[in-house]
Design a protein around this ligand. Structure first.
Ligand code: FES
Length: 143
């Protein structure tokens, strides 16, 4: 699938791709948001439930179609996001995603890797009134 890195990390990516964690929908989420990778048109949608004080992520689910990197990244991210503060989510960048995946990601595939992170971050920003967009698209200079 065009990624370098150790076998252990490649195995982990394939495992998340084949058996995505937190895949599906949440009834009545605090917010939901969708984004796409414009290079291929693949989409990821995320449902997020926040704590009562709206500072912490309590539950996340995602659904979508895409390559192994995008789906594994979304699956792994949903595990990391549970219990994370909104502040921590907004502080995440592409290096965190590359570290999470543990493999070398080519510049072309970075859009796949960061799609889920962008969807979660934009979804939160829209919810808190800091951004006004309908959909997220990953861009060349995404961080
Ligand atoms: Fe579409 Fe990776 S090729 S998200």
């Amino acid at each position: 699938m065009g990624i370098g890195g150790s076998d252990m990390y490649r195995q982990q990516i394939l495992d998340h791709y084949k058996s995505p964690r937190n895949y599906g929908e949440i009834d009545d989420p605090t917010f939901t948001h969708v984004g796409e990778n414009p290079m291929c048109g693949d989409e990821i949608r995320m449902d997020v439930v926040l704590s009562e004080d709206e500072e912490t992520i309590e539950h996340v689910a995602f659904r979508g179609d895409g390559c192994a990197i995008s789906q594994a990244s979304a699956s792994m991210l949903t595990e990391q996001l549970q219990g994370m503060s909104i502040e921590e989510l907004q502080a995440m960048d592409r290096d965190d995603i590359v570290d999470m995946l543990g493999v070398d990601i080519s510049p072309m595939r970075i859009k796949c890797a960061v799609l889920a992170e962008k969807v979660a971050q934009d979804g939160a920003e829209i919810y808190f009134g800091e951004k006004e967009i309908d959909r997220t698209t990953t861009e060349e200079d995404d961080d």
